[in-house]
Design a protein around this ligand. Structure first.
Ligand code: AMP
Ligand code: ZN
Length: 113
């Protein structure tokens, strides 16, 4: 996906503050953080929304959560707590059409919705 900003970050074509990467997952700091720790955990594979995750791709979700949990530890927020968010579609506020898991932490987070 040449015009996908997150594919381009994964390909190294756009700079990002990368905090983790392996052959399937990449994680980087959000460019416009809404909390002191705000990371994006994404699959390298271009999947548009969480609703587009096929049965074959389900393990990717598990890997994203595993990476998020590890990053919460390395960011020093695991004990106090953190929030993992996947927006899906227009009313959720999803802006980037490439599956991403937000890791939010570092302040008391308000109630959802
Ligand atoms: P969402 O609203 O769930 O689609 O979230 C998209 C997130 O991606 C927002 O929090 C943006 O700040 C973040 N974002 C957009 N472009 C970049 C970028 N180039 N590098 C890092 N984060 C980005
Ligand atoms: Zn993409």
């Amino acid at each position: 996906m040449e015009d996908c900003i997150f594919c381009r970050i994964a390909a190294g074509e756009i700079p990002a503050n990368i905090v983790y990467q392996d052959d399937r997952i990449i994680a980087f700091r959000d460019i416009n953080p809404v909390s002191p720790t705000h990371l994006q955990i994404i699959p390298r594979k271009h999947i548009v929304t969480v609703a587009d995750v096929s049965d074959a791709d389900l393990p990717i979700i598990g890997e994203m959560v595993k990476v998020a949990n590890r990053l919460a530890m390395s960011e020093g927020v695991a004990e106090k707590g953190y929030r993992l968010v996947i927006n899906c579609g227009k009313e959720s506020g999803q802006e980037v059409p490439h599956l991403h898991l937000h890791l939010l932490a570092g302040r008391r987070l308000g109630r959802m919705g």
